[in-house]
Write a protein that binds this ligand. Structure first.
Ligand code: ZN
Length: 344
């Protein structure tokens, strides 16, 4: 099949590649319609690795996907041919200990699209377990369906924070994950979200998404803004989505006593984390790795109108322009949030 293939030499091209697509009884075959370009896809393109995951064999990129069911396995009852769907890209070992405990995102044996050595889905079709394939509501477009994957990370973060109605949250970083975390936090009950970044166009876009207060950390001190908004008390929740080690080290300065800090962005360097500052406030600290059990709720929030991701889809390329789309994503202008590729 013709797919967008990354070579270990970091060459990227649309080329023919053989992929095993045997349909098992519990699987569906899906024709891809939309695939989002993720920071991780771009990082593999520019660096050939993310931590221990190294591109050693040619690998198809892409894991944020929506499509149409074109064939169903004999045992599948939840889906039928023609259904519009989105997919969870990570398939755990059903017999693994973490999976049996419900922590399937933490299964060490998970096979996740476009994480070496597993192929991604910038290709015409994929065979996928029906259990990890979700029907899109009629009023959720394929483009929005392909946003469920990044939004699921924000949903996982909101779950971990155990938001209470009326909470004030800070989201550090207005990249795609910061934006979707802000949306999930508002849907989860936050009265207001303060979002920080250094790129003004991203902050301006964030401010249009709901009761979101944009703070450009080049111009304002977020600690002072939060202190001013809360009579010096602090924010109930801080979501660290920037992956910046210095920003991450400062979460306790923003939190109220008893507040919760959630690490969402993955820092490239170890974070100098001041335990004593956290102790003085008895803060709770949570960590997010991908997500589990959130796709149906995410789709319900999109369908009901509580979450609108459409403004985040800033750039769309055709499949034939995939390499161009990736080169664009490598040097993305600050006005862009999510690049998607229209398949077919
Ligand atoms: Zn992603």
């Amino acid at each position: 099949m013709q797919a967008l293939v990354l070579e270990p030499t970091l060459d990227l091209s649309i080329r023919n590649i053989a992929v095993d697509e045997t349909l098992g009884p519990h699987d569906v075959r899906i024709a891809l319609t939309r695939v989002g370009v993720c920071g991780s896809d771009v990082h593999y393109y520019t660096h050939g690795r993310i931590g221990p995951f190294v591109v050693k064999e040619p690998m198809i990129l892409g894991h944020e996907a929506a499509g149409r069911v074109v064939e169903v396995g004999d045992a599948v009852t939840s889906l039928k041919t023609g259904d519009r769907v989105c997919m969870e890209p990570g398939i755990p070992d059903p017999n693994g200990r973490a999976t049996r405990l419900g922590l399937y995102n933490l299964d060490p044996a998970v096979r996740f699209w476009a994480t070496p050595p597993v192929h991604g889905v910038l290709r015409p079709t994929v065979v996928h377990p029906a259990a990890f394939t979700f029907k899109l509501p009629d009023n959720v477009s394929d483009a929005e369906g392909a946003m469920v994957e990044p939004l699921a990370v924000g949903m996982q973060a909101a779950n971990k924070a155990r938001i209470k109605p009326g909470d004030l949250a800070v989201v550090m970083g207005a990249g795609p994950i910061g934006m979707v975390t802000a949306l999930a936090a508002l849907a989860g009950g936050c009265s207001r979200v303060v979002i920080t970044d250094v790129q003004q166009p991203k902050l301006d876009l964030a401010a249009t998404l709901g009761p979101i207060v944009p703070i450009n950390v080049r111009e304002e001190k977020v600690v002072e803004v939060i202190a001013g908004m809360t009579d010096g008390w602090g924010a109930d929740v801080v979501f660290e989505c920037s992956g910046n080690a210095n920003a991450a080290a400062g979460i306790f300065d923003l939190l109220c006593p008893g507040g919760c800090g959630v690490f969402v962005g993955i820092p490239l360097e170890p974070v100098p984390y001041d335990v004593a500052k956290g102790q003085i406030k008895e803060t709770r600290v949570e960590h997010v790795f991908r997500y589990a059990h959130v796709y149906p709720r995410t789709l319900d929030l999109m369908s009901s109108g509580m979450i609108n991701v459409k403004p985040l889809i800033t750039d769309t390329f055709s499949f034939a322009e995939s390499v161009k789309a990736f080169d664009y994503a490598v040097n993305m202008p600050p006005t862009s949030v999510k690049v998607q590729i229209e398949m077919g």
